[in-house]
Design a protein. Structure first.
Length: 111
């Protein structure tokens, strides 16, 4: 069962792994994940909370075009994503090298 304590602990653990890669209060995080799923709430919301990141939400997390455009337009630095979405993004025919240049860390799970 999830709790506030486990949310904070998970966020603290993940931010410790990637210490120094985020700029608190400035960076943005994208999580094209359902926030009712354990990966969405813990790995996305927990990390954004503990790293003081602005969380960017999108209406349809399965829309690859929108995910890529959101990363580019909002200069997303951190992303939590499913392996399926990551593969879809890398195979997206209109993907340009500059579209993902703001990303500094990406976590994947919930397969």
């Amino acid at each position: 069962m999830g709790s506030h304590h486990s949310l904070v602990i998970t966020g603290t653990q993940v931010t410790a792994w990637f210490r120094g890669l985020a700029t608190p209060w400035e960076d943005r995080m994208l999580a094209p994940l359902p926030l009712f799923h354990v990966f969405g709430i813990y790995s996305a919301f927990g990390v954004a909370l503990m790293d003081h990141l602005t969380m960017v939400l999108i209406l349809n997390p399965r829309d690859v075009k929108n995910v890529v455009e959101t990363i580019r337009d909002f200069k997303v630095a951190t992303m939590a994503v499913s392996p399926t979405m990551l593969i879809a993004m890398l195979n997206y025919p209109d993907l340009k090298p500059d579209d993902l240049k703001s990303l500094r860390r990406t976590g994947s799970g919930a397969a």
